[in-house]
Design a protein around this ligand. Sequence first.
Ligand code: 8YV
Length: 309
Amino acid sequence: GVLMTKPFSAYLEEELDKRFKLFRFWESSNRKEFLKENSHLIRAVVGNATAGCDAEMIGLLPKLEIVSNFSVGLDKVDLVKCKERGIRVTNTPDVLTDDVADLALALILAVLRRICACDRYVTSGSWINGNFKLTTKFSGKSVGILGLGRIGSAIAKRANAFGCPISYYSRSEKSNTDYKYYPSAVELAANCEILVIACALTEETHHIVNREVIDALGPQGIIINIGRGSHIDEPELVSALVEGRLAGAGLDVFENEPQVPEQLFGLDNVVLLSHVGSDTVETCKEMADLVIANLEAHFLNKPLLTPAV
Ligand code: 8YV
């Protein structure tokens, strides 16, 4: 049997249902009881970026062999516990890289050119009475990227095509790139105009964008987050935006989704999205197919396609 944590993909749910005995966790009224009752049958968990597989779930599922997650980020899967128990873990890298990088660029342009604010200007009827205020040029602005992995590199490539000088911070300097390396998030922020968060959420990167980083970026800087909400100290970001100590932000993720700080709602220099980085029809199908391919490989004793542990 396979436990799906939430109904995040109708296609995946249907395909899992065809192949396995599918347990729909969201239909349970008492989650603990549900796990206990079905623990002898559940050999796999399929989670996503917000509902993964934590230590409690692992503890209640003695027959669990694999977590095949519908996400590239595995911060909601207890990797330490999985390793201890010999539970295998897979994610969905590569197939979503283009979409997430595309969305990062969309957010940069939306914030700098005030695309959402201008749309509201037109649809509210204000255009009749005047001109929209001037915005900020993107081409040629310096872009700093936190995390130069698959997604960070795809963002760099796109921003490079806009004539933007690229710099980055990551745990170690990469030998295969000419982009400028800074050895800390603060130094990166002090030397770029657009700071993009594209690293994995780990203990080290939790609140990597704090007051010090925001101050280093300064009142002309903008922050783009397509990673995880907890990369940013959210109350610090909100006060910086409200007080004008930061020029703007484009955010696809938040610390406590689906809760979004309401102080940000009326700001024309802020664009807020509902964690949709990989949410295209094309990519979600590829992610779902990869989740299933990993499960099938595991149960057929074949090598996993995208093992993470
Ligand atoms: C979500 C993501 O998993 O891959 C990730 O880490 O955050 C996204 O792909 C997905 O959108 C939620 O179902």
